[in-house]
Ligand binder design. Structure first.
Ligand SMILES: [Zn+2]
Length: 99
């Protein structure tokens, strides 16, 4: 079992997409003996110094990765990139809220 979240994408330290293994809580499930469920994605970022985390439904993962790739491929200044990534992040989060 991994103690740290495996990083899937993103060299940017402030925003990352992570896959996390979880325990579902059912007593007789295989995860109660340590074989955790995989495939739950979370978006993690820092906001005002606090670590934030939001569940990302599987159907949004591809879209989110594409958005993050777009951000990374830009050759703007670091400041501009951060602004852009936060804007895209807000957009994705707004979509997640609308579920
Ligand atoms: Zn389970």
């Amino acid at each position: 079992m991994q103690k740290t979240l495996p990083k899937i994408r993103g060299k940017k330290p402030n925003v990352g997409l992570y896959r996390q293994a979880v325990r579902c809580g059912k007593l007789n499930c295989r995860c109660s003996s340590g074989e955790l469920h995989k495939g739950y994605f979370y978006l993690m970022w820092r906001e005002a110094g606090k670590q934030r985390k939001r569940y990302v439904p599987l159907r949004f993962v591809a879209e989110l990765r594409a958005a993050m790739d777009r951000i990374r491929s830009r050759r703007d200044s670091a400041e501009e990139r951060t602004r852009t990534s936060l804007a895209e992040l807000r957009e994705v989060r707004a979509r997640l809220r609308a579920l």
